[in-house]
Design a protein around this ligand. Sequence first.
Ligand SMILES: [Zn+2]
Length: 722
Amino acid sequence: MRPLRSPSLALLVSLAACATAPASREPSPATSPAGPAKPADARPAPASDSSPDWSFAATAPVDAAPLRTRWTPAELKAACDEAEKVSNGALAAIAAIPDAQRTFANTADAIEQTEADWGDKVSRLGFMKDIHLDAKVREAAAACEEQAGKYAVEISARKDLYLAMKGWLEGAGRSERLSREQHRLVTLAMRDFHRAGLDLPDAQREKLVQLRSRLAELQTRYAHNLDEEQSSIELTRKELAGLPAGYLARLKAGGKPDTFIVTTAYPDYFPLMENGQSESARKKAEIAFMNRGAQENVKLLDEAISLRDEAAHLLGYATHADFVAEPRMAKSAATIAEFEAKLRERLRARLAADTAKMAALKAVETGEAHPAIQSWDWRYYLNQWKKKEFALDDEQIRAYFPADKVMQGMLATYSRLLSVQFKKVENAEVWTAGVELYEIRDAADGRLLGKFYVDLFPRPGKYGHAASFGLGPARAVSGGYQIPLSVLVVNFEPPQGGKVAHLSIDEVDTLFHEFGHIMHQCLTTARYASLSGSNVATDFVEAPSQMLENFVFEPEILALVSADPKSPGQPLPADLMKRIAAARRFDAGVRYSRQVFLGSFDLYIHTHGAHVDSEAAARKLWADIMAFPEPPDTHFAAGFGHVMGGYDAGYYGYLWSEVFSADMFTRFQKEGVLNPKTGRDYRDAILAKGRTEDPDQLLQEFLGRAPNEDAFLKQIGMGSAK
Ligand SMILES: [Zn+2]
């Protein structure tokens, strides 16, 4: 899961690119800032490589204030309002400076610092929604977070701030010497102003606002239609063969005796598709599922495609996908198209093999000589395959991962790998028992680098999954370098009656992933909040954490995080580990080809002009890529919420970051997963840099070559053939 970002950085850079923003917020100006046509006279002076005034090493760490949790709802609301008031006052003062007196310090830097100050305050307040013990405070915190989201959008659409920056750039900014990082800060800020339409003539900007507001309506209606979807099918007990009794027990009774109502909601649909032995029942369910929202959603999507195309043209982009890709690692629609095409081609043989395997299982089950796998079959036969070849007992595996051992082993891994030390802060003030505070120090010189809390056990009202929350990014402040504060929120089974909690292998994996975000947030050396830590391009932010998931399956790491319940001191046996690792991606051909389909469809509809037949495109791409066609009376485009709700032209990002995470892991495979030299390179080249350079440059530096997809394909058993 992605780390929560502080809204401050978000303002000009990240919120703009945040794909998890609620649908209703997506088309706002905040999502859209920048473009290729920057006015030639409003560019920062070339960067001077000899940044005269600042280096991370020359700063002294400034400790993070403890997280305050003693709030009443009224106090929290007042603090939220006050943060906004202070920010507004500071921004108004910046806007009021006469252009002739503008400098980098009183304009670009001042805007950045004001937003970061505000962001630090509201991210701490908003976070109370996820951990506070008092429901009323959680409610006030949720309201503050919503208010902050709106405020962030408001700031990103402020023309006076754009004019202030432009005024400086066209005056003193022409000759003021900037460091590389300052230059980048200004370039990204101007790009975001452009993407928000702030440099357009008023009539066109007005048009852009209208388009985005209409898009917000369309998205809300599309999502609403899916939420409200009531369709269902009626199946007999016989048709539900293969489903467990518990599944049948919670279904509503049908109209006829011994029949059941199966809706298109996920808890009804997925178990049926994976376990239902009746092909006709699966077919009925597939058709119902693929018709969700069909009445209206295809029309809504087609209108959205047309409006996005118009907005992209207004801002000077060839297509909506080019607009979306610009601030990301991919940079252009053409790069994404090439990426999808290459993977599609290279996955073809693996998909064919997977499909043949499923067909063989179907032949045995049905007695047909050469059965075809249909679109209502693949989930079922993948599940049969998994059960047959990778029978793994999740509870048996869990016994090898005592929570304490996993936590200690994980900290030992990261400590060795990244040349840092973790030290628990004794007697730290925390919000409830089971919460711990740690500091992170550099192993070589003892410098304080960051702090994080760990909130371990579930309780009512607490955030229910595992996640890392950044509560204020690292950045230079007047007294030195502000260290970041993060929180790792997990929900381990609490120890009871002398018994320790144990984790499933998925939980161990998730823990390594989330802690990877904490490291990304805390090991940065970037000067500015909006370029700091995990505040990186949307299609790159998951890659460092995904890379660290691979560690869990390596014998050296298993020795640190697992313990054989029968022979203490021994880790999880190697053969069991091999089976777990093999099961991890057994369905790679189908799984990743489907990802290619979803990404290709998303890309197609956002690169083919204003009038796209999304239905026809979906049908053709699915048939071309997957080889088992959807039934003709279905409407895939009506139910693919990602393309309406914030992942538009960005779906490729899932596969993209997985590919680059696999590539980064190659160095550890070659040089040793606990090789501190490799770990140090990783820390310096990837984690420390944050957004101060483009991700492809970071990868180039770490890998010593351009990144490619070979490692990913090898990881899923495709060899490394070109
Ligand atoms: Zn994540």
